[in-house]
Design a protein around this ligand. Structure first.
Ligand code: HEM
Length: 485
């Protein structure tokens, strides 16, 4: 009898938990409107289930110093063994958004370093190889087609696939991405994974990435500019910090709703199982040629070299936006609370500048039927790291650059739109402004201010010193879907 009563009680408790769980499932509104101060993983409330089942690095970068990305093709003759490996890898290593936050809190409070950080991604072909039916595979169009698809390749302005690095010319099924602050143990772990995989997969390619820093410890990229300043923010800590330094977001609000990056995972096992699309591109930077071109531009315009660089990027190397100042202001926290309202004719920051093209901050709304919300909907969560040469005094011509990663909910409307319709386009806000000199495929001519804040300009075609070496579109499945393959 006692056992029977216990059984009834357990049943009752279970149905109650389930009901509570159901009550807590997030609504569409929770995705369209973020709470004012974002999600607080220290007090996750109704976002708990989501953060537990979502892979880390999407809502906030993992911040580890070293990364290894392993691109694989599964062998189709023993799929049960492949699935078993993925399940075990997920259970053992894949880091949830919640664990990521818990570990960084432990680091802040007790200086205890986090464990190795791991993500697991699938391509459309990867899903098919694992035996998923069409209706179970995430449906975003570029993800379905793949980055090698001719129509996509040409609209992005990418080189022919036969010119990509060999590893990216194959059909990639999965990306296993690991990261740690200790490079030796990370490389050992990568070797262990590669060995384990040898029976069930072909390892196509491996990328080793790292965070580059300037002497002040700020994250930079190979051309020497501080990077990762302007990001869509979802997490309370990030928002509170940005709010304090950026005077309450009076000119630019970096907060973003969850539906900017998250989509429902069709195979998730909970009501709040979400995933995100990852764009991965290896972008080689010719540092020597970039610097020479910058110098030649400065000479042509008869301006300081640093200002010429700022006209390319939209910010000085130290992060000072050139729409605010014609000299670097050496800010401790590079400002992000600005827009181009005081620079409507682009006499301070040219329309073509990298950060103006990739985030027009209202520019594309003027004289058009686009509203600000729509424009802000093209934003992406950038999670790039550098690769190649670590010593910046060696200005390399090849073999160094950016492993460009970004998350979004809709690749066509976000990364692809940004690259094809903004960076590459000759017409942007206005007819004939020329391509983004940093990453836009050459079409048209750029017009450069000969004097900051004055209307005279001079034409100069800045050459493209960033070369796409290969890439692919991935999906970051929910953790429960990976455990339940
Ligand atoms: C911002 C460098 C490729 C999108 C920046 C910044 C730098 C930079 C230095 C300014 C720092 C910041 O605001 O965070 C590079 C380099 C690239 C590269 C060296 C290639 C090697 C790309 C690509 C895209 C992109 C391919 C997307 C198509 C953005 C966006 C911002 C940004 C959205 C923030 C703009 C803002 O909100 O003001 N990039 N970038 N970048 N970049 Fe790139």
């Amino acid at each position: 009898d006692l056992i029977f009563i216990w059984f009834l009680l357990a049943l009752f408790a279970d149905s109650k938990t389930n009901r509570r769980f159901k009550d807590m499932a997030l609504t569409e509104q929770d995705f369209k409107n973020l709470p004012e101060t974002g999600i607080d993983p220290d007090n996750s409330g109704k976002y708990q289930a989501l953060l537990d089942d979502l892979q880390g690095n999407i809502l906030k970068g993992h911040g580890r110093d070293y990364t290894v990305d392993i691109f694989v093709q599964w062998k189709s003759d023993d799929i049960p063994a492949v699935k078993e490996w993925i399940i075990n890898f997920t259970k053992g290593y894949v880091t949830s958004a919640q664990l990521q936050a818990d570990e960084s809190r432990r680091y802040r409070d007790q200086k205890v370093s986090g464990s190795v950080f791991a993500n697991f991604y699938l391509t459309r072909i990867g899903y098919e190889t694992l035996g998923f039916e069409a209706f179970q595979i995430p449906k975003n169009q570029p993800f379905t087609m793949g980055m090698q698809y001719e129509g996509i390749r040409t609209s992005l302005g990418d080189p022919k696939v036969t010119d990509w690095e060999v590893g990216y010319q194959q059909k990639i099924h999965s990306l296993i991405a690991i990261a740690d602050d200790d490079q030796d143990s990370l490389l050992k772990f990568a070797n262990q994974i590669t060995q384990e995989l040898s029976k069930i997969a072909t390892v196509l390619h491996q990328e080793n990435g790292f965070i580059l820093r300037n002497k002040d410890g700020q994250v930079i990229e190979h051309f020497g500019f501080v990077d990762g300043i302007s990001q869509p923010l979802f997490i309370k800590r990030d928002i509170v910090k940005a709010q304090a330094s950026d005077r309450n977001f009076s000119k630019w609000d970096p907060r973003a709703p969850l539906d900017l990056v998250l989509v429902k995972d069709p195979n998730g096992q909970t009501e709040d199982s979400y995933g995100s699309y990852l764009v991965y591109r290896k972008l080689e930077q010719n540092v020597k040629a970039f610097r020479e071109d910058q110098q030649a531009l400065a000479q042509a315009l008869k301006i300081q070299n640093e200002l010429a660089g700022a006209y390319v990027m939209g910010r000085f190397p130290d992060g000072t936006p050139v729409t605010i100042s014609d000299v670097p202001m050496h800010p401790r926290n590079p400002p992000n609370n600005f827009n181009y309202d005081q620079d409507l004719t682009a006499t301070k920051c040219p329309f073509h500048a990298h950060i103006r093209k990739t985030n027009p901050r209202g520019d594309s709304v003027r004289n058009s039927n686009v509203n600000l919300e729509e424009e802000r909907g093209h934003r992406i969560a950038r999670r790039a790291v550098s690769y190649g040469e670590k010593d910046l005094t060696n200005a390399s011509t090849e073999g160094s650059g950016l492993l460009f990663l970004c998350f979004q909910a809709d690749i066509e409307n976000q990364f692809n739109f940004m690259q094809a319709r903004w960076s590459n386009a000759n017409n942007f806000v206005k007819v004939g402004v020329g391509p983004d000199p940093l990453i836009g495929s050459p079409q048209g001519t750029q017009h450069w201010p000969t004097e900051w804040s004055k209307s005279s300009t001079q034409d100069y075609n800045f050459k493209l010193w960033v070369k796409m070496k290969g890439g692919e579109y991935f999906f970051a499945p929910s953790i429960s879907s990976l455990k339940n393959l």
